[in-house]
Structures are given as structure tokens and as C-alpha cells.
Design a protein around this ligand. Structure first.
Ligand SMILES: Cc1ncc(COP(=O)(O)O)c(C=O)c1O
Length: 368
């Protein structure tokens, strides 16, 4: 990925879609090839269904503002779950405040899975959009996306999947899932920061007005009025993150070289192993389902606050994350202010988890 960025800046660096010189056509070709790579990677029907954004957060805000601004009215319902990251919660709160729409939430069981038996009473015809995470960034729960999308469609609701925790970690195909929108960030899958994607089904993207105005997204501009390009360019006003998109395509090649199935199997083994070993530690509570979970494990220890634990671990070169993980309502649901979280990827090993347990054992002694 770093080599791809370097190559871009050394040999192709120019703005896209505007210059007629060689560097600009090279940059445009690389940028649009990256869009095709992303489309193939997630099983989209066409590259036109891929909008480059700054990340998951911006992708969801795009839908909330542009789609929500056009289609959501007072009394409509946006259905979410009680495990959403703030980036799939706050944009809908803002939309609801602006339009008079209402929010509803699918509750969570103690084991960290969704209370799906409540879905039939929540997913009523007033629901215009069901937006939910594929994998919870705090619990590791993998939600049954295809089933949720099918049920939403049956009442005429669109679906938005927050795939921030998924795309680099397991195989994913938007047409198999049957979702209408899907959002993710490059930096969680070996790509640079500041690049992300909004996938939108073609006919839906085409029905949405622009959200940011400026250069690149127009067909013609007069002083009083403008006309706009089709999707996806209509949603990419101004100079895009060209290098970021090219870096994302290089990250995709890299991940595909390892294989997403192999990554998922490796990550799962590490996650189950870590969750098991954590229970050896006194006064430790591990969150989320026992099996079928994403590559992370959140826990609390009686010995110390998550911030103190992560600071302690950092002294041994162990990078944990402590806090609410942008999941404040979820933390409240479990009666805690935060957790300590270890997350795993293809480069981690069981020896590293053994080392983590040793360090946490030391922390128990230190804090008590
Ligand atoms: C499930 C989930 N959704 C959304 C986000 C937000 O991603 P970003 O900050 O890259 O926009 C994250 C990031 O931690 C996440 O884990």
C-alpha cells in the first residue's frame, strides 16, 4: 500500500477528471480503477455504485443528509439497534431532529446478540430505513445481515449496513447480503486514513440529490442554477482523496493475496483463544457471544478501570483500547462506563495473546 502511494506521488500525481495532460489521465485512470477494485471486492454490480468518502462516518452522514433530506418526513421511523457506533446513531438523531422522524432500536440480549424476536413489532411499515452494524465494535457480535435485509425489504424499508468492522476481516458480497447501502473505512483494512466507501444500489443512488456542492460534481453551472453528474461523481465534490483510493485498491490486493476466508479463520481462532484465556483472570467479565464473533474481545476487570489497564499495558508495548469505544448507549445497557478491548488481525499470534494474559495478570497484582 505504501509503495502504491509512493508510485502515485512520484509518477501519477495530478488532479482527476479535469486535466487533459498525461499525468491527469494517469491519475484519473488509477482512481477509477480503484473504484472498480472496490466494486469487485464487495460484489457490487457496477463501479457506479461506489462513492469514495472519508470513511464510514462520512458515508453514513451522506445517506442521512442527502437521502434522508429528500425521503424522510415527520412520523417516519428509522430503525437502529442498541449496539450502534455513534457514527451510525448521531447522524440519524440529527435527521430526526430536523424532520420530526422517530428512532427505534432493536434491543440486545445479555449475551450481546440482538433480540430478533422483537423485530416483527419494530419493523412496521412506518420504518423507512433499517441501519445496523454488521459486526459490533465492542461486543464482536456478527449480526445476520441477509436475514435483517430480507425482513426490512418485506415492509418496504431500505437497509444500511455499517461494515466498518467487516470488510477487511471476512468475505462480504453486497448482492448476497441484499443491502441497499453499505459503509466502510479504509484504515481498518490496511489502507490509508481518510478514505472510505459508500456503496449504494444504483437505482437508489440515482434517486438521491447531491449533498456537497462544488467542482467535479457538476455538468453545467450558471449563476443561479446548476445541473449535476450522475452517481457516483455527483457525491464527490471537490478534489477527492485520489491517493487514498489508490492506496485502498492496493490494500484490497494485499488482503485478497492472503484471502478473506483465511483471515476470518485465523482471527476467529485468536478471538476464541483470547476470550477463553481472559476468563482465567480473577474478577474478569468478557462481553459478547461465545462463538461466531468478530476479531475483538471487550472485557472489564475488577482490578482496574479500563483507562488504567490500557495505560499499564502500554508500558509493556501492548496496545489495548480502553473506554466507551464510541458506544456510550451500549455501555449503559451493560451497566458499565467502558471496557478494555483487544482486537486481532492476520498478523497477530497466539503467543501474543499469552503475553497479553501475562501482562494482565501482572496488572491484577499491581492494582490490588
Ligand atoms: C462499527 C463501526 N462503525 C463506524 C465506525 C466509524 O469509522 P470511521 O471513524 O472510520 O468513520 C467505526 C470505527 O471505529 C466502527 O467500529
Amino acid at each position: 500500500m505504501i509503495e502504491a502511494l509512493r508510485n502515485f506521488y512520484e509518477h501519477e500525481n495530478a488532479n482527476v477528471h479535469r486535466g487533459l495532460h498525461m499525468l491527469s489521465s494517469r491519475a484519473t485512470e488509477a482512481y477509477e480503477n480503484a473504484r472498480r477494485s472496490v466494486a469487485d471486492y464487495i460484489g457490487a454490480a457496477s463501479a457506479d455504485e461506489i462513492v469514495f468518502t472519508r470513511g464510514t462516518t462520512e458515508s453514513i452522514n451522506l445517506v442521512a443528509q442527502a437521502w434522508g433530506g429528500k425521503f424522510i418526513r415527520k412520523g417516519d421511523v428509522i430503525l437502529l439497534t442498541a449496539m450502534e457506533h455513534h457514527s451510525n446513531l448521531v447522524p440519524w438523531q440529527l435527521l430526526a431532529e430536523r424532520t420530526g422522524a422517530r428512532l427505534r432500536f432493536v434491543p440486545i440480549r445479555d449475551d450481546g446478540t440482538l433480540e430478533l424476536e422483537k423485530l416483527s413489532s419494530l419493523l412496521t411499515p412506518e420504518v423507512k430505513l433499517f441501519a445496523f452494524t454488521h459486526i459490533s465494535n465492542s461486543l464482536g457480535t456478527i449480526n445476520p445481515v441477509a436475514e435483517l435485509c430480507r425482513k426490512a425489504r418485506a415492509v418496504g424499508a431500505l437497509t444500511l449496513v455499517d461494515a466498518a468492522q467487516t470488510v477487511g476481516h471476512m468475505p462480504l458480497d453486497v448482492r448476497e447480503l441484499g443491502c441497499d447501502f453499505l459503509a466502510f473505512s479504509g484504515h481498518k483494512m490496511c489502507a490509508p486514513t481518510g478514505i472510505g466507501v459508500l456503496y449504494g444500489r444504483a437505482e437508489i443512488l440515482d434517486s438521491i440529490p447531491p449533498w456537497h456542492g462544488g467542482g467535479e460534481m457538476i455538468v453545467s453551472v450558471a449563476l443561479e442554477k446548476s445541473t449535476f453528474k450522475k452517481a457516483p461523481h455527483r457525491f464527490e465534490a471537490g478534489t477527492p482523496n485520489i491517493a487514498g483510493a489508490i492506496g485502498l485498491a492496493a490494500a484490497i490486493d494485499y488482503i485478497e493475496g492472503i484471502g478473506r476466508t483465511a483471515i476470518f479463520e485465523h482471527d476467529s481462532k485468536l478471538t476464541y483463544y483470547a476470550a477463553d484465556r481472559l476468563t482465567e483472570l480473577p474478577g474478569t467479565r468478557v462481553f459478547g457471544p461465545k462463538k461466531e464473533r468478530g476479531a475483538l474481545v471487550g472485557f472489564v476487570m475488577d482490578a482496574a478501570h479500563p483507562h488504567d489497564l490500557t495505560t499499564f499495558a502500554d508500558q509493556y508495548g501492548l496496545a489495548l483500547r480502553g473506554g466507551h469505544h464510541c458506544n456510550q448507549p451500549l455501555m449503559r445497557r451493560f451497566g458499565i462506563s467502558g471496557t478494555t478491548r483487544a482486537s486481532f488481525y492476520f498478523y497477530n499470534t497466539t503467543e501474543e495473546i499469552d503475553r497479553m494474559i501475562e501482562i494482565l495478570q501482572r496488572a491484577v497484582g499491581f492494582f490490588s
